[in-house]
Structure formats: structure tokens, C-alpha cells
Ligand binder design. Structure first.
Ligand SMILES: Nc1ncnc2c1ncn2[C@@H]1O[C@H](COP(=O)(O)OP(=O)(O)O)[C@@H](O)[C@H]1O
Ligand SMILES: [Mg+2]
Ligand SMILES: [Zn+2]
Length: 279
């Protein structure tokens, strides 16, 4: 997905959910103006939901995560386990951010292994900011951003085209998903650090997710700092509260449970044990 095409799709009916299209409005019949008996017209009540739909479309939430919400995030594991508590804490940190916005100094860095719901929580948070507070938000995949920065490199000015970076600077709240997923060149690193720094200076909130840890003894070896560089990591300490989420990969868990269900109802002639634990 090219960042150059990251233009809000304001005013395009096809970007809106069907039920919110202006022509369906019972109050204004699609004109945007509602008739008030004896008084004339006023802007129609549908305009607010219209703006919400526009903001949601402009946030670029990936389809796969469209249904994620705080309500359907269920901390996993026994309620007193470290995993459960870390997930419950992450959920309440995300909710707290929505409640307190804009009276906050720091965003969130959701850190943890694959499948613990980091993207789920980041998307839920974005959606709530749009729905409850009407905030202009943007979801960006880190690897897509790296590619776009790389592709936009202008050898004459030795810089990236502003058009690519502008939406990243401009978004009131930005989610940068999977920080560290691609290993950038020194130049791209520098550009990334500048982008993040610019948001920091403008006090714009940034929410990040990463599979990389700060612990040098973490499995796999590489730390977040090694992936993104010391400058960016240290800036993030100032900009974001780090929330570590522990747990197993939710997708594997769900698959295993499905496997268990299958094993309770084995196909005729099948061995019950064979169907379980498919991951
Ligand atoms: N605690 C949870 N409750 C409900 N769904 C979850 C939970 N954790 C993860 N999921 C779901 O599992 C899938 C993987 O989660 P995701 O947010 O992509 O994980 P991560 O970003 O940490 O790798 C998503 O479909 C997400 O909705
Ligand atoms: Mg993720
Ligand atoms: Zn209307």
C-alpha cells in the first residue's frame, strides 16, 4: 500500500458503510439538511455519523481487524497468572488512554510475543478514539512505511518526499504496528527517527506495537533497540509508556481448542487423539 495514496476518502460514498450513506437518511433524504417545523432547515443529524464513517475510513484499519474491540478482547489464562494479569493491564491501559485523551503526555508501546492481541488492542483503541472523541487517527504497518520511505527516496535532495511522510506527521493519533518487523538501512532508520521526533515535538500521540523486547536475554536474541536503533528506542521511552504483554499465541490457542472439539466428535473410524492439538 503506497503511503502516497494515503489521502482521506472524504466525501466518497463508497468509502462509507451502506447504512450511513446520505441518500438513506430518513431525516434529510440525502440533502444533509433537516426540516424543522415552522423554523426552516438545520444541518441534519446524519452528518455526525457521516463524519464518524469518514474518520473510520481515513484511519485505514486493516479489514482483518475491523471487528476488534475492547469488548471482545478477553485476557487469556487462569485469572491470577502472569499472562492473564499482563493482558488485563494492557486492556485497561488502552481504555485509560481513550478516557483521558487529549489530557495525556504519553502514548503506548505494546510489547510482547506474537498473537497476544497487541494489534487487536491498538485497533480497538483507535476505533474508540474515532467513535467516542471524533479524533482523526491513522493505522500504519511499520514494514509498509519502511517500503514507502525507501521508494520515495529522492537521490537529488537525499531526502524522502514530504508527500509520503506528511500523513504520518499530520495524524492526530498514529498507530505504528509491528515496529522492528523489517530491518531498515541506516538512512531509513534516520528518517524514521525524524518522523517520530517530529510527532514528539508536536505532542502528537503515537501508539506502537512490537514483537521485540528490551530484554537482551529474550528468545531470538535481538532487542528492539538493535532492530530500530538507539536513537529511536530512546525517544520512545520518552513518548510512550511501555506495556509488556505476556501469553501464548491466541490463534494457536483457538486452533487447539477447535482441535479438542473435533477430537470429542471423531469422524467414524478415526482415532480421537489424532485430531487434537492442531496448531
Ligand atoms: N485476548 C484476546 N481476546 C480475543 N481475541 C484475541 C486476544 N488476543 C488475540 N486475539 C485475536 O487473535 C488474533 C491475533 O491477535 P493480534 O492482535 O494480531 O496479535 P499480535 O498483534 O500480538 O501479534 C487476532 O484475530 C485477535 O483479534
Ligand atoms: Mg500484531
Ligand atoms: Zn440526514
Amino acid at each position: 500500500m503506497a503511503l502516497g495514496s494515503f489521502r482521506p476518502t472524504f466525501g466518497r460514498a463508497e468509502a462509507m458503510p451502506e447504512h450511513l450513506r446520505l441518500t438513506d437518511c430518513a431525516y434529510c433524504g440525502g440533502t444533509g439538511w433537516e426540516l424543522v417545523e415552522g423554523k426552516g432547515v438545520r444541518p441534519c443529524r446524519c452528518r455526525k455519523s457521516d463524519r464518524t464513517a469518514q474518520l473510520l475510513a481515513a484511519a485505514r484499519i486493516p479489514k482483518r481487524y475491523a471487528n476488534c474491540s475492547f469488548e471482545n478482547y478477553q485476557p487469556q489464562g487462569p485469572p491470577i497468572s502472569k499472562n492473564y494479569l499482563s493482558q488485563a493491564q494492557a486492556l485497561s491501559a488502552a481504555k485509560h488512554l481513550v478516557d483521558e485523551y487529549p489530557n495525556l503526555e504519553m502514548g503506548l508501546l505494546l510489547m510482547g510475543p506474537c498473537g497476544v492481541g497487541k494489534t487487536h488492542l491498538a485497533v480497538s483503541l483507535l476505533k474508540q478514539l474515532v467513535l467516542v472523541k471524533g479524533i482523526g487517527c491513522l493505522f500504519i504497518d511499520f514494514q509498509d512505511l519502511l517500503k514507502d520511505i525507501q521508494h520515495s527516496y529522492n537521490p537529488v535532495s537525499e531526502s524522502s518526499e514530504l508527500e509520503v511522510l506528511e500523513p504520518i506527521y499530520a495524524a492526530e493519533v498514529l498507530v505504528l504496528d509491528e515496529l522492528g518487523a523489517g530491518k531498515p538501512s541506516a538512512w531509513v532508520r534516520e528518517t524514521m527517527a525524524q518522523v517520530v521526533n517530529m510527532r514528539y515535538k508536536e505532542s502528537r500521540l503515537t501508539i506502537l506495537t512490537t514483537n521485540y523486547s528490551d530484554d537482551p536475554a529474550c528468545p531470538g536474541g535481538e532487542t528492539l533497540e538493535e532492530r530500530v536503533g538507539a536513537r529511536l528506542r530512546s525517544r520512545l521511552f520518552e513518548m510512550c509508556k511501555t506495556v509488556v504483554i505476556l501469553g501464548d499465541d491466541y490463534r494457536r490457542r483457538v486452533n487447539r481448542q477447535r482441535g479438542d472439539l473435533v477430537s470429542l466428535n471423531p469422524p467414524a473410524g478415526g482415532a480421537a487423539g489424532n485430531a487434537g492439538g492442531a496448531v
